[in-house]
Design a protein around this ligand. Sequence first.
Ligand code: PEP
Ligand code: MN
Length: 263
Amino acid sequence: MIVAGPCAVESREQVMTTARAVADAGAVMLRGGAFKPRTSPKSFQGMGHAGLELLAEAGAATGLPVVTEVMDPREVEAVASVAAMLQIGSRNMQNFPLLREVGRTRKPVLLKRGASATIDELLHAADYILQGGNELVVLCERGVRSFDTATRYLLDLAAVAVLRERTELPVVVDPSHGTGKAAYVPAMARAAAAAGADGVIIEVHPNPEAALSDGPQALRPHEFAQLVADLRRIVPLVGRRVLRSPGAQPASNPNHATEVIAP
Ligand code: PEP
Ligand code: MN
């Protein structure tokens, strides 16, 4: 599963342009934050409900289901009305009331590993959601803190192998936050695919220099398209298939195939 989109929804034009670009390249899901967990309260906090509306519009225009972060238990219903998948960000991996709240929904949940969380803690956090009766949990490795500042976080690709052994839940890798630098993202996405990850989630922006958050790690649309092409060569080598978009139009777009695999 290849998920892509901007870090944050910034404007109608930005999210529409990005959504079209990632859909054309072959992404099957659109990502984008409306509620952003920023380190400083002075940084752009996301467009909130207006951002959700733009995501709904971009999803409808491209046929891509949307994954977006929910930070507040009181917003779960609003976010779930737009999102096909609810994202729990790394900073909220152990926000237990929030985990219980998404556990009460029947929406798939993308649970991102906390930057200082062990794999055990990630699995226990998943249990909070599962215990509510929501079995649709997808785990996401997005890098952990380390001593080395060469990358933003240290992407723990061994977590893919460990989680494969420890759980049947799908595992997605986020090389964008995991490296923090666009130049390193394709290599780590390819490595994630080779390691047997069930998906990758990639930040893409039409103009990374102007991004309101995470610009340095955003791929440009053409870079993302190249990455998708590379993943399509790697994934079959490890005995897997790349999920194709349900909105596929194979005649007009060679990146799309006729096969539809329901999420
Ligand atoms: C994001 O996906 O934009 C995000 C904030 O990720 P994380 O929670 O992994 O930092
Ligand atoms: Mn981001």
